[in-house]
Design a binder for this molecule. Structure first.
Ligand code: PMP
Length: 395
């Protein structure tokens, strides 16, 4: 028993990425380790103008406390966006503004998970979700993903012996693997969950960042009664606002609002008002088109450099959107060992194991392409290929 801290905090995995980012901060290191949007694309002037305008027109009102559900016009904007972009009818009352979608994960843990409750995680999966849910001490049931979605046979096996509280997925341009669930896969996952007391969480911060391929229908279309949607402005506008949202049915919304009040009363009201003003005065679609143009080019540069330089037997995903791709090394080659070599060669990435439950090493790794320009991508991948050739030879 730990004397000083709660049992709850004792089992939570440390953020390995934080350690890596400390190393990757050395300017001579080309870092594919980050998970950040590209800040050269932030709409700085437009945000300055929005802040200025809202302070001039609304004054102290925007600096006051506000309600826990969030600024209603912003919630209406989100409902309208679901209608236009995805053909989903979502009532404003079912949208809760959260302090980033990361808080959405925490609130779902608070309201839905008791100790040892089964929770299905796609694997590899977003380590921030593993961390957020870990505080509520679930029994994680990992289900592997492949390039077209979840392993259906494994999910079926898992559901034979457990009725999970949640199934967590980033079905579009997944963090970390960059994969997207096909519609057939979504349909199959939904069919297995239908009628169970399980919520499917579709965490979708990257969904609007598509640079090739076809839109895939939301899980809300296949499993409307049981799907919880998480959204975020972090990747489409800026992360510093810390504005995200949860879409949930009435019965859960009531509990989420209580949990939200207990956590932080409400999300930064000034940030909500500046963001809303920004959305009123600017063309978000044009802004997103600029982002996807740049990220798409950087994805191409990375995929091309990998094809040119990586040794045979190494596989990489080719994401149709988002910020990451996933590399699988030959069996038995540790990405942690590769990491140590790569750092000596001045290139960084995130080894795969933090994206799994309870692993200390794996033969895969995540590469970020949103923050590194085309030229540095080419140089960095070449450096990585050299380190990789040494590891593959040694294995
Ligand atoms: N979910 C996923 C899959 C993410 O990649 C991230 C950010 N890295 C988040 C949630 C959290 O995003 P935010 O809190 O900024 O909305």
């Amino acid at each position: 028993m730990n004397q000083l801290f709660s049992d709850r905090i004792a089992d939570v995995p440390q953020s390995f990425i934080r350690e890596i980012l400390k190393i990757a901060i050395d300017p001579s290191v080309i870092s594919f380790a980050g998970g950040l949007p590209n800040r050269t694309l932030f709409p700085v002037d437009a945000i300055r103008e929005a802040a200025d305008r809202i302070l001039r027109t609304a004054g102290g009102e925007v600096l006051q406390y506000s309600n826990s559900e969030g600024y209603r016009p912003l919630r209406e904007w989100i409902a309208q966006r679901y209608r236009e972009r995805q053909g989903l009818e979502i009532a404003v009352e079912n949208i809760l503004i959260t302090t980033g979608s990361q808080q959405g994960l925490d609130l779902l843990g608070k309201t839905l998970i008791n100790d040892h409750d089964p929770v299905v995680m796609e694997e590899p999966g977003y380590l921030g979700a593993i961390q957020a849910f870990s505080l509520y001490r679930p029994r994680f049931l990992p289900v592997p993903v492949h390039e077209a979605g979840m392993n259906i046979d494994r999910l079926q096996d898992v559901l034979r012996t457990a009725e999970p509280r949640l199934l967590y997925t980033v079905a579009n341009f997944q963090n970390p693997a960059g994969i997207t669930y096909s519609e057939a896969n979504r349909e199959a996952v939904a069919a297995l969950l239908k009628g169970k007391r399980t919520f499917l969480v579709q965490d979708d911060p990257y969904g609007e960042l598509r640079f090739s391929g076809q839109h895939q229908r939301s899980f809300a279309y296949y499993l409307p009664e049981q799907t919880l949607l998480l959204g975020s402005f972090s990747k489409t506008v800026v992360p510093a606002f810390r504005i995200g949202w949860i879409v949930a049915p009435d019965r859960l919304m009531e509990k989420l609002v209580i949990a939200k009040q207990a956590s932080d009363l409400h999300t930064d009201f000034f940030a909500q008002r500046v963001l809303y003003q920004y959305l009123q005065d600017n063309d978000l679609d044009a802004h997103i088109a600029r982002i996807t143009e740049v990220y798409g080019r950087q994805r191409d540069a990375m995929v091309q450099a990998i094809e040119n330089h990586f040794p045979a037997g190494v596989h990489a995903t080719r994401p149709e959107g988002g910020m990451f791709l996933w590399v699988t090394l030959p069996e038995g080659v540790s990405s942690m060992h590769l990491f140590e070599q790569a750092i000596r060669d001045k290139v960084a990435f995130v080894p795969g194991h933090p994206f799994y439950i309870g692993r200390t090493w794996t033969n895969d790794l995540r590469l970020n392409f949103s923050c590194v320009d085309d030229k540095s991508i080419a140089i960095g991948i070449e450096r990585l290929a050299r380190a990789l050739a040494l590891q593959v030879q040694a294995a």
